[in-house]
Design a protein around this ligand. Structure first.
Ligand SMILES: Nc1ncnc2c1ncn2[C@@H]1O[C@H](COP(=O)(O)OP(=O)(O)OP(=O)(O)O)[C@@H](O)[C@H]1O
Length: 613
């Protein structure tokens, strides 16, 4: 027998379980049954697809209790595990983001449901047991099986189990009943029936309970997606969702689909109510479960749902696919592509309906998943419209996000385009000099601060025929500008002078229509990429030529007016050149940009300040 240590993260998670912070302890059984059901699926598939020799004639899960010894065992005749698999799968947590999540869990004593985001699986047994044994033998292996045992306190033992049958048995040595602590008597028949009915009724294998000679099946095994919606309770849907998603929180929305005709399929999809912690991690699990005529074929079928809707969970049951279908074939299958298009359409239209039927749910949805959904604007040009219709954006009008349709409703008379400004934060965008004239004249501007906003705004030209217009690009002709008087004095020579002095930094210097209080700002040419996008490309290793921008001056500002006068008096004045540099640097800083040579700028500024004290 060997004694081994749990990996550090696993140890911490076990600690949380042993001192159980989660009040709903009943779910340990759901987790065990879920694992057993997965193991049965795996065995069936190994036989079907890889030709493993195994007896799959009576795949089932069995629960056995001994009230006197206070033990509860959950047994399956599924795939089982080798010794090394037991050590690797049960002794460690291989999920990304574990350490980070554990940190959050510790802080959030008040919100134990956070743990649900993580899915503690097997470890949840330590909420109700002070000792857990697992005996397993892998299908298709010769020789003995493996016995694993632990009290959940730092170490576990591993031993040989000579006569273990194929499959896995997990035996819990139950803690004493303590109903004040939501710790029930899990040897009680009614309690077990209630839990199985509530959480695991839809499991497609029989869950049997054995007491002495008597054996009864506790679950109906009915595929939820095949039952009419009116016959299924929300609670049943929710438990099914938790089974397939490993989330512990109820979903936000349930979507049923059924297609008949040449290609039949049924789908049951869920939109979670919270983004998983790994929504933006590339290696996170995604995709839907694929069934063929009620038979589970594979998890995580990415082919069924595009990446930008990766948070959608659920099942697709297609009638006409081969049971042997492989991932490679899936990728090219015409029917699968058709299903995928229909699912996308349905998910997008469901969210659109929420906007009017349940604005609160819609707001939750967008807050949690909006950032991911916007990636769809890059991936699916055909779906620009439906995606933009369900999007909302922060705006200069109030603190609540707005849809584009609502923005268009509010547009001022004469306004043709939808104005937006991208940046790193709301305050940076709101205080940007580009905003000045728009604010002064009461134009609403959308505030876009997600990194993906920089990219999609570059490729999506309009919404419903209204051009999407960055107020930091191109020239601005606000409808009311015509009334503005021409600036006094001739700025031509000054603009020419500055253009020459700053030719390294900018491609043009011109007068501005967008400034009211700042002296200067930088804008991009309508066809050029923005500095933020340039920076992003560079971060991804794509070097391109630096794109020069345009310096715009506010002729009404005393600094600019003074500069014009000084230039008129003496065009040779060397300090004018420094002022030009300062003007450019300040404009760059005001929009949150990075100075190329901060030390030089600081020196110029200090010298200039020294002259004023
Ligand atoms: N009854 C079982 N038969 C075979 N393998 C099992 C069994 N129970 C657990 N395992 C293996 O151990 C792994 C870890 O199980 P655990 O319950 O901790 O997490 P999980 O089911 O992978 O995910 P989650 O934590 O989200 O529930 C499983 O992925 C599976 O490979």
């Amino acid at each position: 027998m060997e004694t081994l240590e749990f990996q550090a993260e696993a140890r911490q998670l076990l600690q949380l379980m042993v001192h159980s912070i989660y009040s709903n302890k009943d779910i340990f059984l759901r987790e065990l049954i879920s694992n057993a059901s997965d193991a049965l699926d795996k065995l069936r598939l190994a036989k079907l697809q890889d030709g493993l020799e195994a007896d799959t004639s009576d795949l089932h899960i069995e629960i056995e209790v001994d009230a006197e010894a206070r033990t509860l065992a959950v047994r399956d005749n599924g795939i089982g595990m080798t010794r090394d698999e037991v050590v690797a799968l049960i002794g460690t947590i291989a999920k990304s983001g574990t350490a980070e999540l554990l940190g959050k869990l510790k802080e959030a004593k008040e919100s134990p449901e956070l743990i649900g985001q993580f899915g503690v699986g097997f470890y949840s047994t330590f909420m109700v047991a002070d000792r857990v044994e697992l005996v397993t033998r892998k299908a298709g292996t010769e020789g003995h099986g493996t016995r694993w045992e632990s009290t959940g306190e730092g170490t576990f033992t591993i031993d040989e189990a000579p006569d273990a049958p194929i499959g896995t048995t997990v035996t819990l040595h139950l803690r004493p009943k303590d109903e004040d602590d939501a710790l029930y008597d899990y040897t009680d028949e009614w309690k077990l029936k209630e839990i199985v009915k509530r959480y695991s009724d839809f499991i497609s294998f029989p869950i049997r309970k054995r007491s002495g000679e008597e054996v009864q099946t506790l679950n109906s095994q009915k595929a939820l997606w095949a039952r009419p919606r009116s016959e299924v309770t929300d609670e049943e849907y929710h438990e099914f969702y938790k089974h397939i998603s490993h989330d512990w929180t109820d979903p936000l929305e349930i979507i049923n689909m059924k297609a008949e005709g040449t290609f039949e399929y049924e789908a049951l999809l869920f939109i979670p109510s919270r983004a998983p912690h790994d929504l933006f991690q590339r290696d996170a699990r995604r995709g839907l479960q694929l069934y063929v005529k009620r038979v589970f074929i594979m998890d995580d079928s990415k082919e069924l749902i595009p990446d930008y809707l990766r948070f959608v969970k659920g099942v697709v049951d297609a009638a006409d696919l081969s049971l042997n279908i492989s991932r490679e074939i899936l990728q090219q299958d015409r029917h699968i592509q058709m299903i995928r298009r229909r699912l996308v359409k349905k998910v997008l239209s469901t969210i659109k309906d929420l906007q009017t039927s349940n604005p609160e749910k819609y707001a939750t949805f967008w807050r949690e998943f909006g950032r991911a959904v916007k990636e769809g604007l890059l991936a699916e040009p055909d779906n620009h419209k439906p995606i933009l219709e369900i999007a909302s954006f922060a705006t200069t009008e109030g603190t609540e996000p707005t849809t584009l349709a609502a923005y268009v409703e509010r547009m001022k008379e004469g306004q043709e385009e939808i104005y937006f400004l991208t940046g790193e934060s709301r305050s940076q965008v709101e205080n940007s000099p580009h905003m000045e004239a728009f604010r002064a004249q009461g134009y609403e501007v959308l505030i876009l601060t997600d990194p993906v906003d920089e990219i999609w705004t570059d490729v999506v030209p309009d919404f419903d025929g209204r051009k999407l217009r960055s107020i930091a690009r191109g020239s601005v002709d606000l409808p009311q500008d015509e009334e503005k008087p021409e600036p006094e004095g001739d700025f031509g020579p000054l603009l020419g002078f500055l253009g020459e002095k700053l030719s390294e930094q900018v491609k043009e210097v011109r007068l501005s229509h967008r400034l009211t209080t700042s002296a200067a700002c930088l804008v991009s040419d309508a066809d050029d990429i923005t500095p933020a996008l340039e920076k992003m490309y560079r971060a991804m290793g794509q070097e391109g030529p630096r794109v020069k921008r345009i310096l715009e001056l506010n002729p009404d500002h005393p600094l600019v007016a003074g500069l014009r006068a000084a230039h008129e008096r003496s065009a040779e004045d060397t300090s004018l050149r420094d002022t030009a540099e300062l003007l450019y640097g300040t404009a760059l800083l005001a929009e949150g940009g990075d100075l190329e040579d901060p030390a030089k700028f600081a020196k110029l500024l200090a010298d200039r300040l020294a002259q004023t004290v």
